[in-house]
Design a binder for this molecule. Structure first.
Ligand code: SF4
Ligand code: SF4
Length: 127
């Protein structure tokens, strides 16, 4: 019998909570008007003199403009290969052995339980 279908999917691709909770902001030159292949500048706005943020992150219901899908369902980042350093450096809880309180908090805000080591064991064994 094959494993349940959801075990084949990376835990972040069944979440997306941090992309609809925290403002992703980064050094302005990570955008593609300064760095070829960088973050599409049209998806960003100027935050301060030296920083940009992704569009969609202001207001009561923040959601990055690059996030596709339903938070807690199936999601993906439409600019995955071009996402900023702040997105690349955000670690899901227990992917590398320890909890990330910010991951847990974003998930809790969306009614999702914290990830556990078992989530990764399941994914890795089936991936
Ligand atoms: S909140 Fe955590 S599990 Fe969810 S997408 Fe972000 S890093 Fe991944
Ligand atoms: S650019 Fe991608 S990884 Fe970064 S916040 Fe937006 S959807 Fe999430």
């Amino acid at each position: 019998m094959s494993a349940p279908e959801h075990l084949h999917v990376h835990p972040c691709l069944r979440c997306g909570a941090c992309c609809a909770y925290y403002r992703a902001s980064f050094y302005w030159a990570e955008a593609d008007d300064a760095t070829p292949g960088g973050v599409p500048v049209g998806m960003t706005r100027r935050l301060t003199e030296h920083r940009r943020s992704m569009l969609g992150m202001d207001g009561d219901r923040p959601r990055c403009v690059a996030l596709v899908g339903e938070v807690g369902g199936r999601v993906y980042c439409s600019i995955y290969e071009r996402r900023s350093s702040v997105c690349r450096e955000f670690e899901p809880s227990f992917e590398n052995g320890s909890a990330n309180e910010r991951c847990d908090r974003a998930r809790a805000a969306w009614g999702l339980r914290p990830l556990t080591p078992d989530d990764w064991a399941s994914w890795r064994s089936e991936g």
